[in-house]
Design a protein around this ligand. Structure first.
Ligand code: PLP
Length: 389
């Protein structure tokens, strides 16, 4: 029996599971309110790349209608209605679609379906951290390829493939860096990938891209037998709380993903809201426009403070604030929740989700006061030490 060296008690769980570092989610408004004795209404959460416009009205109506029916039935395990809408939207057959409990569930079960203990998966440095959790969760081996200008180094990722590589993750746009590769670069990458390796193209933020930057999913999937595109309703569609996303891949891959999917993985409410939200093109366009304006507002604010930042293709931006854990803690006290990214080995950066205009303004004002105070303190300290010298 294996015993812990510290306690002498037996150790539970597989060794690779015990070694996992749990996913660090953004702080919840209610938790911050409790900790700092703040009024929840005054807290701004710019920490989880949610859509600040809130759920589209049409989705809310769909949920209300379902609640009214008082049904106690299990949801449709095949999410038929939603798949019919997705089929129409993307011009793909029903058999190419899998619906998941958020796209993170799909990313996780894709690893389960295609990768075994000890095999390798290629990912980029700074890529969405949930990939590592899924890879390590099946005791597979991540091959982490150094980033290029904070984005994926696609050539180096191809060079990093090993004989036991089964899967490659590409986040496009990437979270947390906001970097992006144009559709033709992605195409060239897939073309050069060996056909027996599955490429997962995670497009959680794709709807925030301009029309010319979006991939033609039907054409891409039709061409490549080893490609899976994963999308979510959590971001632009503003349904993060309901947990729903989808994957598109040719039938031979979709079949395998569906084999490891639990039967009732998405709720009836999530399916109904997603079906409704998908039809609301105006909401998507409005969200995209507001996001662009919000990004520009944040860039202007950071420019005024002289803070370096990365221009982003998503609904969030990485900004270099120096000691990010200290600035994060100070922002929390003022009721502003952002996301430190030290877990990505970016200890000087904060990821800030784009909020509504007033939220961005308040955040920038508070950040400016913190940054100014810090520079005054540092200046005084420098002065003091130079006096001593
Ligand atoms: C790149 C990327 N992929 C996937 C997800 C998972 O989103 P969800 O599980 O809410 O669909 C996120 C969430 O932040 C993300 O940033």
């Amino acid at each position: 029996m294996c015993k812990s060296a510290l306690t002498g008690h037996p150790s539970f769980g597989s060794e690779h599971v015990r070694a996992l570092k749990p996913y660090l989610a953004g702080r919840q408004i209610s938790a911050v309110a409790r900790e700092f004795e703040l009024d929840e209404a005054q807290i701004i959460k710019l920490a989880s790349n949610e859509n600040p416009l809130g759920m589209p009205i049409i989705a809310r109506r769909a949920i209300e209608a379902l609640a009214e029916s008082g049904s106690a039935e299990y949801p449709d395990p095949d999410a038929y209605e939603l798949k019919m809408s997705l089929k129409e939207s993307f011009q793909v057959p029903h058999s190419w679609l899998t619906v998941g409990n958020g796209s993170s569930e799909l990313l996780d079960i894709i690893v389960k379906a295609f990768v075994q203990n000890g095999q390798s998966v290629v990912v980029s440095q700074y890529a969405f951290s949930a990939y590592l959790l899924s890879i390590l969760g099946v005791n597979a081996r991540p091959i982490i390829v150094p980033a290029l200008d904070f984005g994926h180094n696609l050539d180096a990722m191809l060079d990093a493939i090993e004989p036991d590589t089964k899967l490659i993750f590409i986040a496009n746009p990437n979270n947390p860096t906001g970097t992006f590769h144009a559709p033709d670069q992605i195409r060239r990458f897939i073309e050069r990938t060996p056909e027996d390796i599955v490429v997962v193209l995670d497009e959680a933020y794709a709807e925030y891209l301009a029309d010319g930057q979006q991939s033609d999913i039907a054409d891409l999937i039709g061409r490549y037998r080893n490609l899976i595109v994963v999308r979510t309703f959590s971001k632009i569609y503003a349904l993060a709380g309901l947990r729903i996303g989808f994957a598109i891949a040719q039938e031979h891959l979709s079949e395998l993903i569906n084999k490891v999917r639990l039967p009732f993985n998405t709720s009836a409410y999530a399916q109904a809201a997603a079906t409704a939200a998908l039809a609301d093109r105006d909401f998507v366009v409005q969200s995209r426009v507001e996001n662009r304006m919000g990004l520009e507002q944040l860039y202007r604010g950071f420019d005024q403070m002289g803070l370096p930042y990365l221009r982003s293709f998503g609904n969030f931006v990485l900004v270099n604030v120096g000691d990010a854990s200290e600035v994060f803690a100070k922002l929390l006290k003022y009721g502003v929740i952002v996301r430190p990214v030290a877990n990505y080995e970016l200890p000087n950066w904060l990821r800030v989700s784009v909020g509504l205009k007033d939220q961005n303004r308040r955040f920038l004002k508070i950040l400016a006061s913190i940054v100014m105070q810090d520079s005054i303190v540092k200046h005084e300290f420098k002065g003091a030490s130079s006096c001593r010298n």
